[in-house]
Write a protein that binds this ligand. Sequence first.
Ligand SMILES: CCCCCCCCCC/C=C\CC(=O)SCCNC(=O)CCNC(=O)[C@H](O)C(C)(C)COP(=O)(O)OP(=O)(O)OC[C@H]1O[C@@H](n2cnc3c(N)ncnc32)[C@H](O)[C@@H]1OP(=O)(O)O
Length: 306
Amino acid sequence: MAVLLNGLRLVSSGNLSLHGIKSLQYKSTRILCQLPCKSSYQGRPFSNKNMTVELDNNTGVAVIQMKKPPVNSLSLEFLTEFAINMEKLEMDRECRGVVLTSSNPKIFSAGLDINEMYGKTPEHSGEFWRAVQEMWLKLYGSNMVTIAAINGSSPAGGCLMALACDYRIMADNPKYAIGLNETKLGIVAPFWFKDSMINVIGRRATEHSLQLGLMYSASNALKIGLVDQLVAQDKIMTHALSVMSEWLAIPDHARQITKSMMRKPTLDRLLTNRESDIQNFVNFISKDSIQKSLQLYLEMLKQRKS
Ligand SMILES: CCCCCCCCCC/C=C\CC(=O)SCCNC(=O)CCNC(=O)[C@H](O)C(C)(C)COP(=O)(O)OP(=O)(O)OC[C@H]1O[C@@H](n2cnc3c(N)ncnc32)[C@H](O)[C@@H]1OP(=O)(O)O
């Protein structure tokens, strides 16, 4: 529910924090800031080991720029930091939208850090998988508008992050690829990866894509609807911010309730099966045959370089 008070718009975000944390929070946003603001930019950067987060008080838009060398692989540490930052932004009354991007001009994210899945104890694997779940729950279940500015390649877990956003803009470069390529590594995308993709590109295209572990060039990703728009690399952030302002022109409460209506069943499915999903992951990843596949894949990645 939104009410006007002294030039401030108080927007109830209700209980749309969709993953178990029932938050009734009020976000105050100067109405003028739905339009381009003339006042000076007041960025507030915080937390910066694996990413920088900068919130523009004038627009209510935060930019999360992933910056974990060399390829933004999603390690346990990265995922934990990401979830904390999302939580902080979610609770910040001034933040209404997030643009997710990368400081690496060629790679959005290389997906899950394979080293976290290879040669680890079951306890570590379980902790890691819970962090992967948490990243997705925070992003897919966010009340904020989320836009992925995909300024480089984005396989597997990187593609999942983009799929969890509300809108995807990819740099128009034939060298960049995006997709859920898990089967190529001999592993299986879990049901909530699959659901995320179905919700974006539909069932038939997802089945084709997942079985073959397809990676799509930027133009093919646009054709199948895996991304919404292609934009020149140097325009991607400006464009993402301009799309964001269109989304933020919609009253928060109406957009958030609509988002919840669309996403809640998918979120609930993981929330209901969270522990068994972790157990499945640990059992699967501990198999000798899967460890062998991951070992070969890691070696292949290293050899590719030399
Ligand atoms: C019954 C059902 C039960 C359910 C069971 C669940 C099973 C698990 C499901 C797991 C789900 C998701 C999995 C993933 O996300 S796995 C990760 C998939 N990612 C990839 O395949 C990407 C691999 N990387 C690349 O293709 C390329 O590296 C790149 C990203 C395109 C970048 O290319 P580049 O030429 O710029 O850089 P490159 O020289 O290749 O790499 C630089 C160094 O980075 C290392 N590296 C790359 N990717 C990863 C990664 N994902 N994890 C860890 N390390 C990575 C690479 O080895 C190089 O290292 P070094 O410099 O040689 O030491």
